[in-house]
Design a protein around this ligand. Structure first.
Ligand code: NAD
Length: 541
């Protein structure tokens, strides 16, 4: 079959999915599925399989091997062997591979957009955000890794006598535990800086969404990355987490705060370093001078992108009294106008929740809030007519501290709309949370927005945008205050954390101790006098 025919055949399958037969969305391209499954690292044969569900329909999309502790150990063993050679390659060589990867991801995006939608149930626009993010991060670290990691001259212990340099060495093998909500982005964008720094990566995707990570592995190999440098083991987190943490040299974990605490304790036992991106209960503040139309539109993006299954999405929305009623009306109108659906094209603006478990949590939180007196401004219902886990975007008012969703993360399309009458009150309410991941401020006065942002206890704050401005600023750190995380991704920290820094200091002429023949007391007197002089030299740190 020629290439064009193959394309037409594939399209036909997907058009069927897109138009009528959601049933067919459980049928991902069989050849692609088999190809991806072949990318799982296994220690031997004889595995049970884990079935992967297509949330649009509840049908089985395919299956992957049910990985074991032995598979993890095998993946880490192979990764470690491959890393030894990889660490010898130049930054330029690594950058060429990641720029090829960047191009391939953009060229082949339809393939992964389908895969992402089918395994996670997200709308195509939100799947595209993942493609965009992967390309941006690949380009960023391909271009900047060398600069972030180059040896740097540091001020020596003794001026002129000590020559000091800082080096960065790869840690070895980094392990990645990844959730289901952004299965491509979170499997790849944290691994890219690790790989660019000369490490190998072993990834454990969530069992609900393994295929996008496997697709990325195949494309990385096509781009020229040695196969074993990016190993993937599929299976259950509770079974594979411990053997991974027992064998890797660094752990990058993205997921819930509860699991984060468990894996942090395991990493601490081995004294390996880790970085964690965890949950949030993010707040958005709409000040009295905000552009109402833009803020209402931004709120829709902030609250309902990826069906609210986004660690940086907004679940608490504080609006100034003076525009509360008008804002609530416009926000509700725009929310009602969102098109829900499970098609493999850009027609739907919001997709399905990922699973029965997520739907249950959302229903439980909304029901509890309503029983305790909250009012539903719009939404508040599942939509089984669209698919088993669809739920309407929901705005609640009158929420109080007794309600579960007031402080707990829902991780769904539900926001509580609250009032404030002074900025101090808004700041206090927004900060009154154990979490501090991503906040958003809307104001007509940029300078005021920036000043206010620094009073908010969150790792990223977007002024006049929901989340994409800060997240997409790949040169700046991203992560959480308080229970929302440890460490940062992106920017210099996002790559330096995958290295051991080493200080090499060369001492010249005189020892870093009393010179021969000088008594300790005299040395102390001279050193004290020297320190006094040095403290007056302007250039010295
Ligand atoms: P989760 O903690 O249950 O699962 C996350 C990952 O951990 C999965 O791969 C899972 O298999 C694995 N896992 C589960 N139990 C484990 C164990 N005992 N040992 C090792 N690994 C284990 O989280 P979830 O509910 O699937 O994901 C949603 C959560 O992730 C939300 O709280 C969300 O806010 C958070 N999240 C945070 C970010 C961020 O950047 N801060 C990004 C995405 C998601």
């Amino acid at each position: 079959m020629c290439k064009a025919d193959r394309g037409a055949k594939r399209k036909a399958t997907y058009m069927q999915v897109g138009s009528a037969a959601r049933r067919a969305s459980g049928k991902m391209d069989e050849t692609l599925l088999e190809r991806l499954k072949g990318r799982v690292t296994l220690a031997g044969g004889g595995h049970d399989e884990i079935e992967v569900e297509a949330p649009f329909t509840g049908e089985i999309l395919g299956s992957v091997p049910w990985g074991t502790a032995d598979d993890v150990r095998e993946a880490v063993r192979r990764a470690r062997a491959a890393q030894r050679l990889w660490a010898q390659t130049s930054f330029e060589e690594r950058a060429r591979i990641f720029m090829r990867f960047h191009d391939l991801v953009l060229e082949r995006q339809d393939e992964v957009l389908d895969t992402l939608q089918l395994e996670s149930g997200k709308a195509r626009g939100h799947a595209f955000e993942e493609v965009l993010d992967v390309a941006i991060v690949a380009r960023y670290y391909a271009r900047t890794a060398k600069g972030h990691l180059r040896p740097r001259r540091r001020q020596g212990a003794f001026p002129l006598l000590t020559s000091t340099r800082e080096y960065h060495h790869p840690k070895g093998v980094a392990g990645f535990i990844v959730p289901w909500n952004y299965p491509l982005t979170l499997a790849v964008t944290d691994a890219i800086p690790a790989l660019m720094a000369g490490n190998a990566a072993v990834v454990k995707p969530d069992a609900q969404t393994p295929f996008s990570a496997l697709w990325a592995a195949a494309i990385l190999e096509e781009a020229g990355l040695p196969r074993d440098l990016f190993g993937i083991v599929t299976g259950r987190g509770a079974e594979l987490g411990a053997p991974l943490i027992e064998t890797v040299d660094f752990l990058m974990f993205t997921g819930s705060t509860a699991t984060g605490r468990t894996v942090a304790a395991q990493a601490a036992k081995r004294l390996i370093d880790y970085s964690m991106e965890l949950g949030g209960k993010n707040a958005m503040l709409v000040l009295e001078d905000a552009d109402l139309e833009k803020a209402a539109e931004g709120a829709v993006r902030a609250c309902f992108s990826n069906v609210g299954q986004l660690c940086i999405s907004i679940e608490r929305l504080f609006v100034h009294d003076s525009l509360f009623d008008r804002f609530a009306e416009r926000f509700a109108e725009k929310t009602r106008a969102l098109r829900l659906g499970g098609t493999l094209d850009y027609s739907a603006q919001m997709g399905s929740l990922v699973s029965r478990k997520q739907l249950d949590t959302v229903e439980r939180h909304v029901q509890d809030a309503v029983e305790k007196g909250a009012a539903v401004l719009t939404g508040g219902r599942p939509r089984p007519d669209l698919g088993p886990y669809f739920y309407e975007p929901t705005i609640l008012t009158g929420t109080t501290a007794e309600m579960t969703l007031f402080a707990e993360e829902t991780f769904g399309p539900v926001v509580s709309l609250q009032r404030f009458s002074s900025v101090d009150e808004a700041v206090e309410k927004a900060n009154d949370s154990p979490y501090g991941l991503n906040f958003s401020v809307w104001t007509g006065d940029e300078a005021r927005g920036k000043k206010l942002a620094t009073r908010l206890e969150a790792g990223t704050v977007n002024v006049n945008e929901a989340y994409a401005a800060a997240w997409g600023s790949t040169d700046a750190p991203m992560g959480g205050f308080k229970d929302s995380g440890v460490g940062r991704r992106h920017g210099a920290h996002g790559i330096q954390k995958y290295t051991e820094s080493q200080t090499v200091a060369v001492q010249r002429l005189l020892p870093a101790a009393p010179p021969p023949g000088m008594g300790a007391e005299r040395y102390a007197r001279i050193a004290t006098a020297a320190l006094k002089v040095l403290s007056r030299l302007p250039g010295l740190k």
